[in-house]
Design a protein around this ligand. Structure first.
Ligand code: PRX
Length: 650
């Protein structure tokens, strides 16, 4: 019997040192670790001076006199619009492309230089001012992946008006509750956007949201993207092309305080109303810009970077907008889905723009594995030099596939762990330093302090699992939950005194490298052994027939919980009759008999949130033969019916 908070089951021997050429030219060297360890606050002050331009220099780095309420660089003043746009134009880089934008319809593209971006952000800032938006007002942004989303965010940042971006796939009710919670005064939206081969409507959803108690909204600014007919409320609604288009391209900014709110981003809690995660300006930008430089190794003169996330998620905030633009990077931004008009769309765009750095999510990589290596194989991906992953644990075999098929065995992979709450990357290899290990996010980035602890709050030794905690404040940390300090303290700081508990399970392997093991709510308890769903899933994905797997613990009279696995086979798999037995035995041989699934169900789809995370809660309902719970956050609400019908039928 073990007292570990989480068993350490799998084992990984493969290791890939950075290519010598990559290491020699890397932005971040091994010295960063020593500098940060020597003087953590001095290190962060250096990053803040190196990556951020201040109107008023700060004199104090961190005020932690009232934990967990942190203040970073509090007496400094800066403007994020200036940092992300104007200073690059001033430095003579106005002609550099900021955004290669690719619309979903074939041939629909725009090229936006830093000088273009400056003009558009200034016009938008002037337009918002004419609409009465002043510093401190909240602006809701509900847009597709079009350049105006970036322009709108930067215009808000310029004015010091916190933005609250709501993902364009969310419903009227989700939008309404977020507007109401933030008491936003203005909405920026579009008639619609292109997704999956057709126009989707956004303005009708805004109208619906505003029809039911969102009475703080005074104005709605509408981008014309699809030309669909829309209803119009005179006096409230304004076309972007008219209203923003006639504004001056000059705008003089006012510096903001480092601790002024930059944005609110809502994230769903396990239960109850969404949490408005609040981020401020100076510390957030410091961490986003520094990590983008160190982890993504950006060379603004030569790289073409592409993050496939949506600006509606934190990844889009930190690694499409603030991190890349503060560094003066050139990036690709894509409106549509990866399978429109064909399944090679992502790779076609990589080849067309010569993308050098690709940052994506495990869900996309596993989908590509399911579709088969032939598809990326049809494109020239030789421009790629660095690959990143974020959002979920990446199973070692998916990591190996990413490395081999997409990276041609030549690109370092950075598996980056962080959260909406952390603001920026916290755990990741440094691509020119770390010998990477498939499936492991490995270690805290310089300046960040993490640990894995047991139930009693004690650090676990190498080779053991437990709870992932952050043991020191960091610049990009959330400052509170909007309007609810008590919920902030309860949710993140109360379980282990003095530490931020992230909600994730993790282990330290025998080399001390960190492995993320999923949300602790998902941990299974099999005969008293706490087993991570991630490790069993990784074992399944390691079998050549398997593209994707989701594992849950279902109540079991004998063992407490039994392991039930939902498995999607690869397109080119050739299973024999006894697929299920083969896979059960495979798991047993990979990680031990304790982890052998009680049941394996072959399915065609898995339930996922709109940001691509598997919703194991719903699969537990299936496994325990219960009524299926709340499906409102599912990306595709038909998936659960498909799974149910598939199982009843076979
Ligand atoms: O469970 C972890 C998982 O995603 C959670 C944070 O989700 P969100 O706030 O939506 O932000 C996603 C983008 C930063 C974490 O608590 N997660 C994120 N990255 C990883 C990960 N799990 C394992 N490995 C990762 N690299």
């Amino acid at each position: 019997m073990t007292s570990d908070a989480l068993e350490n089951l799998s084992h990984e021997d493969r290791s890939f040192p950075p290519p010598a050429e990559f290491a020699a030219a890397a932005n971040a060297g091994v010295d960063l670790y020593a500098r940060a360890a020597d003087d953590r606050l001095g290190f962060w002050a250096d990053q803040a001076r190196e990556f951020v331009s201040w109107d008023t220099p700060f004199t104090e780095v961190l005020d932690w006199s009232n934990p967990p309420f942190a203040k970073w660089f509090a007496d400094g003043q800066l403007n994020l619009g200036y940092n992300c746009v104007d200073r690059h134009v001033e430095a003579g880089n106005g002609d550099r492309v900021a955004i290669h934008w690719v619309g979903e319809p074939e041939g629909d593209t725009r090229t936006i230089t830093y000088a273009d971006l400056q003009r558009e952000v200034n016009q938008c800032a002037n337009a918002l001012t004419e609409l009465g938006v002043v510093k401190g007002d909240r602006v809701a942004i509900y847009l597709p992946m079009i350049p105006e989303a970036v322009v709108a965010m930067l215009a808000c940042a310029r004015l010091g008006a916190p933005h609250s971006v709501v993902f364009g796939g969310f419903s009227a009710e989700a939008l309404r509750s977020r507007i109401a919670d933030a008491e936003a005064t203005t909405v920026i939206t579009a008639d619609g956007g292109y997704r999956r081969g057709g126009p989707s409507g956004l303005k009708p959803i805004v109208d619906q949201a505003l029809a039911t108690s969102a009475d703080t909204i005074r104005n709605v600014l509408v981008v014309r993207r699809t030309n669909q007919p829309v209803n119009w409320t005179e006096g409230r609604d304004h076309w972007w092309h008219d209203f923003v288009g006639r504004q001056s391209g000059d705008h003089t900014y006012t510096p903001n305080d480092a601790e002024d709110t930059l944005f609110i981003l809502y994230t769903s809690g396990t239960t109850g109303k969404p949490k408005g995660i609040e981020h401020t300006s100076g510390g957030y930008l410091t961490q986003a810009a520094y990590t983008f430089n160190a982890v993504m190794d950006i060379k603004p003169d030569s790289d073409v970077y592409w993050c496939t996330a949506d600006v509606g998620w934190v990844t889009g905030h930190s690694y499409i907008v603030y991190g890349p633009l503060a560094n003066g990077a050139t990036q690709v931004m894509y409106e549509g889905t990866p399978d429109t008009p064909h399944r090679g769309r992502i790779w076609e765009i990589v080849a067309r723009y010569g993308v050098t750095i690709l940052y994506t999510a495990p869900t996309l990589i596993r989908t590509m594995m399911k579709w088969g290596a032939d598809i990326p194989g049809g494109y020239d991906l030789s421009s790629l030099r660095l690959l990143g992953s974020v959002g979920e644990p990446i199973n070692p075999e998916a990591w190996m596939w990413y490395r081999r098929v997409i990276g041609g065995d030549a690109c370092p992979i950075v598996d980056t762990w962080w959260q909406t709450e952390t603001g920026g990357i916290m755990i990741s290899p440094l691509p020119g330093v770390t010998a990477t290990k498939p499936g492991s996010a490995q270690m805290a980035v310089p300046g960040i302090s993490v640990d894995v602890i047991d139930d009693a709050g004690k650090s676990v030794p190498d080779g053991s699992g437990g709870y992932l905690v952050l043991t020191e404040p960091w610049p990009g940390m959330l400052r509170t939950i909007w309007g609810d300090d008590e919920r902030f303290v309860d949710t993140y700081w109360s379980r282990f005194p003095g530490m931020y508990f992230a909600g994730d399970g993790a282990k330290k392997d025998n080399d001390g490298d960190l492995w993320l093991l999923g949300r602790v709510d998902d941990v299974m308890n099999i005969s008293g052994h706490r087993i991570s769903t991630t490790e069993v899933e990784s074992a399944l994905v390691a079998h050549p027939w398997v593209a994707e797997a989701a594992v849950v613990g279902a109540s079991d009279e004998m063992t407490g919980q039994g392991i039930v696995a939902f498995v999607i086979l690869r397109g080119d798999a050739e299973p024999d009759d006894d697929t299920v037995t083969v896979l059960r035995n495979h798991v047993a041989s990979q990680i031990g008999p304790i982890a052998k699934p009680r049941q394996i169900l072959l399915v065609k789809e898995l339930p996922k949130t709109r940001s691509g995370k598997i919703m194991r809660r719903l699969l537990r309902d299936v496994a325990e033969h219960r009524e299926i719970g709340d499906v409102t956050t599912l990306a595709d609400s038909g998936v659960m019916d498909l799974i149910r019908t598939g199982l009843d039928g076979g």
